[in-house]
Write a protein that binds this ligand. Sequence first.
Ligand SMILES: NC(=O)c1ccc[n+]([C@@H]2O[C@H](COP(=O)([O-])OP(=O)(O)OC[C@H]3O[C@@H](n4cnc5c(N)ncnc54)[C@H](OP(=O)(O)O)[C@@H]3O)[C@@H](O)[C@H]2O)c1
Length: 263
Amino acid sequence: MAHWNPSGKLAVVTGASSGIGRCLSKRLTAAGCRVIAVARRADRLQSLSEEIHCDGDNDLLLPIHGDVTDSATHDQIESLVRSRGGSLDLLVNNAGIGAIGSFEEATESRLRKIMEVNFFAPAQLTRRLLPYLKSSDDAVICNLGSVLGHRAVPDKSEYCASKFAMHGFSDALRAELAGTSVRVTLVSPSTTESEFFDVLVDSDANATSKSIGSWPADRVAAATLAAVGKRRSEVILSLGGKMLVYADRICPPLMNWLLRKEH
Ligand SMILES: NC(=O)c1ccc[n+]([C@@H]2O[C@H](COP(=O)([O-])OP(=O)(O)OC[C@H]3O[C@@H](n4cnc5c(N)ncnc54)[C@H](OP(=O)(O)O)[C@@H]3O)[C@@H](O)[C@H]2O)c1
């Protein structure tokens, strides 16, 4: 089967105002894909729109500023998809937030915020947009997971749980949609240079995150688009990310020991 080609397609990208989602929106529009770009910060979407329009077609970026956890935002996305013909070729569930710190000392509110943005919102948006994805003869749901959705680490319990949920949801949905025109790609980046660590939820300002090398957001966006293009079910990005995930698959007790938090 030929590669999925963005040219002339319609996509929804959540979390398009910064990081991976912003880079992905630029790459998609540069390839001739019309992108419904969703995020809360209107000024950031405006600047993205200006950058893209400077480069050419002024109808390729269709910004929606809203919160992905708000059903009114889903209404707006659905009505824009309908107004563009009712057939959606790509949904990228990318908007996401994180936190760092002990589970015991954190609040219920931190857990709920992270699960709402990282899991309930994309799951609900997916259900809402499935009829439009099924109207396309070649559609992809691309979910941004994380290597921490394959192997959990201490001090990121809520985030790991939300990304494990995204991982399980993606696998189940892929199996449910087998035989339809809709495929599901789970992309699992490891540490990425973006604004992610500047906006951690209810976390200590000095909280730091361990990483074995990090990728620029645009490199993750390029790898995401390549995975969608090649119709991959799952990709794990970066050497450090692969080492973490595959070592855990081979020897979970060793990883449990290596990753334990010292007291
Ligand atoms: N950075 C990493 O190390 C890393 C590693 C693995 C996986 N990931 C995953 O990659 C995805 C993108 O992260 P990133 O690194 O590009 O981070 P980022 O630069 O912080 O971008 C996050 C995007 O999500 C949007 N967003 C957050 N909450 C939202 C809400 N309630 N409603 C609508 N939009 C919302 C933000 O826009 P507004 O603030 O304008 O709403 C922003 O555009 C996330 O799912 C993240 O979990 C990141």
